[in-house]
Unconditional design. Sequence first.
Length: 300
Amino acid sequence: MINFSKYHGCGNDFIITREAEVSNKSYSELAQAVCHRKIGIGADGLIIVKGRPVEDGLEDGEDPLEMVFYNCDGSRAPMCGNGIRCFAKYCYDEEICTRKEYKIETLAGTMGVKVVETDPFLVEINMGKPIFTPETFGVDSAEKDFLKQTIMVDGEAVPVSSCFMGTVHTVIWLEELNQFAGGKAIDFKEGSKSYEMLEKLGKSIESHPVYKEKTNVNMVEVIDRNTLKLQTYERGVGMTLACGTGACASLVIGALENKCMREVDVILPYGKLHITQKEDGEVMMRGPAEKICQGTFSWI
């Protein structure tokens, strides 16, 4: 039996457990089992908390907190923006770490955490700086710096921009996708024809040969220069209700393409994230995390 808790960040949901609960188990196989929405608990991903408890006033030791993250298909991902906020909320709830500011190790590097409020829980994450060199994050391109190119999808030319922001992200703008909707307005309403079109497009771009390790696909609508609306097709998951690193990538690329300011609200179906890029290039993400339930999962 595995003790677990389930959390969500703006609708992006995760199963969270401690390393001691899953020792000697295949994390990949466990992720597929526990995240299955029919015969498991159901979630977008599995998060495993590694490291020692940290009390107020203590310096980080040799065994800091580490977030191990797996997508629901069993693939490991470097980081997850909504997931790391849920990680912080779990650590707060379980009294693993009661400090207001600390660091979390991930495959994408060390992330700084600042608990802004506790009721409701609101946390700010220093997501680090974006990377634009294509070969460093598995994108096949002749460009050596900021990546903006056109790829062919089902015979149509789609302009895309990509970067590494915690993981591999590609941004496409709704106003540039009219050919896929027959010139009609595109919306994010699940079940609509345009939503189905975006899902198909996201899947096609995710596995496009240009992306050697696949990519997350962020379909972004510019509401105004301080507000973006986001729908993400997540690598290894599919259409998701929220993507924190995708929100950060959308701001970064939007600012570079002069579509938005360097401080925006990103609107999601179940909440919003506040994203800021500082002068030094570091990206800050502020948003909520909520506990859904807890229990035990029977898995051998």
